[in-house]
Design a protein around this ligand. Sequence first.
Ligand SMILES: Nc1ncnc2c1ncn2[C@@H]1O[C@H](COP(=O)(O)OP(=O)(O)OP(=O)(O)O)[C@@H](O)[C@H]1O
Ligand SMILES: C[C@@](O)(CCO)CC(=O)[O-]
Ligand SMILES: [Mg+2]
Length: 364
Amino acid sequence: MAEVRARAPGKIILSGEHAVVHGSTAVAAAIDLYTHVSFRLDSPLPPENGDGSVELELKDMALVFSWSSSRLKEVLGDGFADSSTPVSCSPGRIKSIAALVEEQNIPEAKFWLSSGVSCFLYLYTSIHGYKRGKVVVTSDLPLGSGLGSSASFCVSVAGALLALSDAISVDTSQTEWFKFSKNELELVNRWAFEGEKIIHGKPSGIDNTVSTFGGMIQFRSGELTHIKSSAPLRMLITNTKVGRNTKALVAGVSERASRHPDAMASVFTAVDFISKELSAIIQSPAQDDISITAREEKIEELMEMNQGLLQCMGVSHAAIEMVLRTMLKYKLASKLTGAGGGGCVLTLLPTWLLLSSIHAASSA
Ligand SMILES: Nc1ncnc2c1ncn2[C@@H]1O[C@H](COP(=O)(O)OP(=O)(O)OP(=O)(O)O)[C@@H](O)[C@H]1O
Ligand SMILES: C[C@@](O)(CCO)CC(=O)[O-]
Ligand SMILES: [Mg+2]
């Protein structure tokens, strides 16, 4: 028996969601909220004791799913697992996995979990075949709210599974956090991307990439550049608590793009320029109060322009608009983050606001 724990962060998208699926540049940053996974890989049972099972416990929801190794083999066939070569889930395999998930009777009110459970089964059986083991998941993130819960689920599950695979061997006797090398992170990221495909349909890869590598990134067509903000950027995250589904929203934008190809191509191009400009401003040095204010005003303007274009793509929502209007009363600029259609809104908290609250506190 061997056991590991892994965690991966959620994210915010500062600019470029949706357009990034169509080849535009986007800017994203990891946040300090994580999905946590523990994985225990059990030793094989002696033949007289049966064949064991693969178990998934979603602790926050008090749900446990379990498949016997023989049932998995019966439905998925004899295919062998190769942890070092990420492959896409074929349509036939997706169907078989969906049938295995359906057998688990997920409560009707939580049917949206099916894609996450399917993604788990795909990653587990691709990396460890039908070996018996148990994965336990908890998350700090609100699910389906634009903070990359699906990607951090994929990255943390892939990371934990790979840590006990032939591809990456972690010394399980140590209790310190083990840091994957760049090549190992790349492998985790590629598997997580395959998982995201099951949840998102057509992901750009930005969410799993920022969750895997952390920090702040500029991302375009699968290529990432690490960037560093020259001064602190404070963002307030407001959750509208309006549920939505990234897969449907991404598909909706693609449908709009096929109805209005030229207009939407121009929208995506505009977003590309906005993200590039935002990335440059974030990295540009700002030494004094005047340049800090000028920098923040430019960021606010770009966030508002990006929000306008997201509205144009059809992914805003009345609840998002209400947050935008409320923040505007306080002269604060906002945009949705992630897939939109509900979920979370980002508001830049500029330095003047911080200074005026410090002033108010000290004169009180
Ligand atoms: N901790 C988790 N346990 C099980 N499934 C999860 C977990 N986190 C995410 N998922 C799966 O991911 C789905 C939510 O993913 P979705 O992409 O719609 O939203 P998000 O990732 O939170 O937001 P965005 O993609 O906009 O950043 C859930 O419905 C579930 O299937
Ligand atoms: C909406 C989207 O652009 C970001 C979701 O966080 C989808 C993706 O890039 O995969
Ligand atoms: Mg997602």
